[in-house]
Design a protein. Structure first.
Lengths: 333, 238, 293
């Protein structure tokens, strides 16, 4: 075979693989669109929550999985997004669609504000600071009662599905969330595939080497921090839409730690990790809670440690390895 | 009978092998010099002897097999390794550094006497006992490192480039002391050194290493006398 | 003036507790470079153990001794079993493992003893000692005394025993410590055991002031972090001084800065952590670390 033919053949093989990937994605999307018509409203609600967590984890993954920075306080950005939307809806009567960019901007700004000093902190100290922020946020929310509703929180009307859609409330919320989640995934994916993504990975793998190669550390780290916070804020805004209620007790430090746990189990630095993590965060507690109130914590704690030992790439990594070995066995047949 | 018997030693870091089946023997109370260019595996040889890197093959000290044991277990069997960079406990005082050398010895008997003995070898350390070891000069730190090794009352003393970073006068003094220690304590010494002239001056026998193999062995005089060896393996005239 | 002094005294009492837990954090950090996020939870678990023993009828001080011994063994065990596999792994991995341990221990305590609060016996007598318009509670004095004793014992251990010398050698350079024949693995485990013991003391001291529940140490932990950051993560003395300073700063801020009041006091450790990290990252007593590439 001539070199050109060889190149063409490998090119077409590559194209087949890429096509297959698109087919799988399309099937998956069709399934996610079809599901809400088959499930009871409570299940639809649960899957909406999975998507919300997945968006937040997407942000956390960008920071922890792709840039190698630790955050034990992502619940704070989630809360800021949720409260921004809630306050705009409650006190200013802003229309729903407008709260999403507002929540994104608020969280982005906060991420930027903490990203600037965070750039100077090494991993461990970053973990301390982010944890302290997450803990501090709750009394802060309670303190400014006139705006935030204090401990009582704010109760809001949920978005009403437009008549032309013919959808029920839970289905409408599901599709809104799905649309935002898909856009967030696609944008983040393309960012990670650009030179920005390569810069972030370089920072994660060897900070000093990245700097020597000319990666502007402070710029990219701050950017990653802010972008990551923004995604968490968007997730928070969706949360407000879907739940219709915010209160400080929904955003205690446990939320931040649960998010990190979900991401680790889902798969640090993988594309599917956030979605798997979202499923994990949503369903593991509700299933294990039937055993004992403390069971979710016991399961989370043990799983985190176990994952770090045996499968640092999480469920996504395991699934990838399983798929690879199945493919290999099939090819042998 | 030989004190140290190394047979077919293979060692390295991960998949990268540095020593490819190396054998040598050192008699009791002898000083053995290991010479050779950078990257020949001299430091790795010492590390394999003290257990800092895992090796295959056999290392026997006075008949006891050392391969596969951890560094602390090997130290407890009387091997004192003065590593590259001297291994000083910087924030600890000079005296504490010396006492740590005797850490594995049972009981306090002899430790105080040995401290005094170290001060007679290295009088410069005496006024600095309470000072943090990190504040010593390079030469003093090297003396401290050797002193610390002697506190173990070692059967085998491993010295890795004692001359590194020291002024020539200090280096010469240091080698004189190593010689004196060897003569008085009958300690077996393996010394890795770039400065072949100095090392051959105190050693009874020498081995020249190149890319993980011994390419030449012999008595120190013979190797010193062999001009061609000096030029081809050591890169300069001795 | 008396009112101000009174606040300082209260602050010292609270600070002594932070100092205790900070001391535990520092003990582990200086040997392994690990900040144990589960330290507070381990202390909480030990406190439950003490509560269980007194509830079973053991006299307080005997229960305390048993608790400390069990905590020591437990700390060593955790190092050998849970931390050893990730020793030398990237910082991120180690932090996540200790966070996992945090979640697990917290939930396990909830499972065993339920999440309802329990009364913990106060080992110190009621009442206060008065001097010049300032009253110092016996329990504040007791807490300060206990922390001073713990500090003194640790000082003796590190400065005047062979094991302590070996531990400091490992903290300074594990590689060189191995070469002089120290069993580094066991020394690290010993550090974890000591830390768990000191942490248990802080848990037992704080429990009578708050109520005993699985989230007992969550709030204390963040103050202990601030204390250790302020004092320097590698300095036991710094941890104690840092703890006292944080305690006093928190109390004074709560009493005299109207905006902060009692509900935003938790912001004080955050400000201290951020301020120290930006101005003097090694803390007051710590050694500056030169990053080697």
């Amino acid at each position: 075979m001539s070199e050109a033919a060889e190149a063409r053949a490998s090119g077409s093989r590559w194209r087949v693989a890429a096509n297959r990937r698109w087919i799988i994605m399309a099937l998956l999307l069709a399934l996610t669109c079809y599901a809400p018509f088959q499930l009871v409203p409570f299940r639809v609600f649960q899957f909406t929550m999975v998507l919300i967590y997945a968006v937040a984890l997407l942000g956390l993954n960008l920071l922890v999985g792709h840039t190698g920075q630790i955050s034990l306080g992502h619940g704070a950005y989630f809360a800021v997004g949720a409260y921004t939307a809630a306050i705009l809806l409650h006190s200013w009567h802003v229309p729903y669609p407008a709260t999403l960019p507002a929540a994104a901007v608020a969280a982005f700004a906060l991420g930027l504000a903490f990203g600037v000093p965070a750039v100077r902190l090494r991993g461990l100290y970053l973990a301390l600071v982010t944890l302290a922020i997450a803990i501090f946020l709750v009394p802060l929310l309670k303190r400014f009662e006139s705006v935030t509703g204090g401990s009582m929180g704010l109760t809001l009307a949920k978005p009403v599905p437009p008549a032309w859609t013919g959808l029920a409330e839970d289905q409408w919320l599901y599709f809104l969330t799905l649309a935002v989640a898909v856009v967030a995934f696609l944008v983040t994916r393309s960012v990670l595939r650009s030179r920005v993504g390569r810069a972030l990975h370089a920072i994660r793998d060897n900070e000093a080497a990245a700097e020597v190669m000319g990666v502007r550390l402070s710029f990219y780290k701050t950017l990653s921090f802010a972008w990551s916070a923004m995604l968490a804020g968007i997730a928070g805004c969706l949360y407000t839409w879907v739940i219709g209620y915010v209160s400080p007790d929904s955003f205690v430090v446990t939320l931040s730690i649960t998010l990190l746990a979900g991401l680790v189990v889902g798969g640090l630095g993988s594309y599917w990790g956030p979605l798997l993590g979202g499923l994990f965060v949503m369903f593991v507690p509700s299933i294990s809670q039937s055993v004992n109130d403390a069971a979710p914590g016991v399961v989370f704690g043990l799983l985190i440690i176990a994952v770090m030992y045996v499968a640092p790439t999480g469920l996504a990594g395991l699934a990838g390895r399983a798929a690879y070995s199945i493919k290999k066995t099939l090819r042998k047949e | 009978m030989s004190e140290l018997v190394v047979t077919d030693l293979v060692a390295g870091y991960g998949d990268a092998k540095v020593l490819h089946g190396l054998s040598l023997t050192v008699g009791p109370g002898e000083i053995c010099a290991i010479l050779g260019p950078n990257g020949a595996g001299k430091t790795t040889l010492l590390r394999a002897l003290s257990g800092m890197v895992r090796g295959r093959g056999s290392v026997r000290l006075g008949g006891t097999e050392l391969t596969g044991r951890s560094p602390d277990a090997i130290a407890r069997r009387g091997v004192a390794h003065v590593p590259e960079g001297r291994g000083t406990f910087m924030p600890l005082t000079v005296e504490e550094n010396l006492r740590l050398g005797a850490y594995v010895r049972r009981g306090r008997t002899g430790v105080e006497a040995d401290l005094d003995r170290i001060y007679t070898y290295f009088p410069a350390l005496k006024p600095r006992l309470r000072q943090a070891a990190g504040s010593l000069s390079g030469g003093e730190q090297q003396m401290l490192a050797i002193g610390r090794a002697l506190m173990l009352r070692p059967r085998l003393l491993l010295l890795d480039e004692p001359s590194l970073g020291l002024a020539p006068l200090v280096t010469r003094e240091l080698f004189r002391i190593v010689r004196a220690i060897n003569e008085q304590e009958r300690t077996t010494v393996v010394v890795v050194e770039q400065n072949a002239h100095l090392a051959l001056g105190i050693a009874q026998q020498a081995h020249v290493l190149e890319t993980g193999r011994i390419v030449l062995s012999g008595t120190a005089e013979r190797i010193r006398a062999d001009e061609q060896v000096a030029q081809s393996y050591l890169g300069y005239r001795v | 003036m008396a009112g101000f002094l009174q606040q300082v005294v209260e602050g010292l009492g609270a600070g002594a507790i932070y100092a205790g837990l900070a001391l535990a954090l520092v003990l582990i950090y200086q040997f392994t470079g690990i900040v144990n996020f589960a330290q507070g939870e381990l202390a909480m678990f030990s406190t439950y153990l003490a509560w269980q023993l007194t509830a079973a009828g053991l006299p307080f001080w005997l229960a305390l001794v048993v608790t400390l011994v069990v905590s020591f063994a437990g700390g060593m065990l955790i190092e050998r079993v849970i931390i050893r596999p990730v020793e030398g792994a990237p910082e991120l991995t180690v932090v996540i493992v200790t966070v996992g341990l945090f979640i697990f221990v917290n939930a396990a305590a909830g499972w065993i003893w339920s999440f309802t609060i329990k009364d913990f016996p106060n080992p110190f007598p009621e009442g206060a000692f008065r001097a010049g318009g300032v009253s110092v509670g016996y329990s504040t004095l007791g807490i300060l005394g206990v922390v001073a004793v713990v500090m003194g014992l640790l000082y003796l251990l590190f400065q005047h025993t062979k094991i302590g010398l070996g531990m400091r050698a490992v903290a300074s350079s594990p590689q060189s410590a191995r070469l002089v024949g120290i069993r580094v693995g066991w020394t690290l485990a010993l550090g974890w055991g000591l830390a768990a013991t000191v942490g248990a003391v802080s848990g037992v001291l704080v429990a009578p002031l708050l109520f005993l529940d699985p989230n007992l140490m969550g709030g204390v932990l963040i103050y202990a972090f601030a204390a250790a950051t302020l004092g320097g993560f590698d300095s036991p003395l710094g941890a104690v001084v840092g703890g006292l300073v944080v305690g006093v700063a928190e109390t004074l801020a709560g009493a005299y800065v109207g905006f902060i009041g009692s509900d935003l006091k938790i912001g004080v450790p955050l400000v201290i952590i951020l301020g120290v990290l930006l101005l003097r990252p090694q803390g007051l007593f710590g050694r500056a670390v030169v990053e080697r590439v």
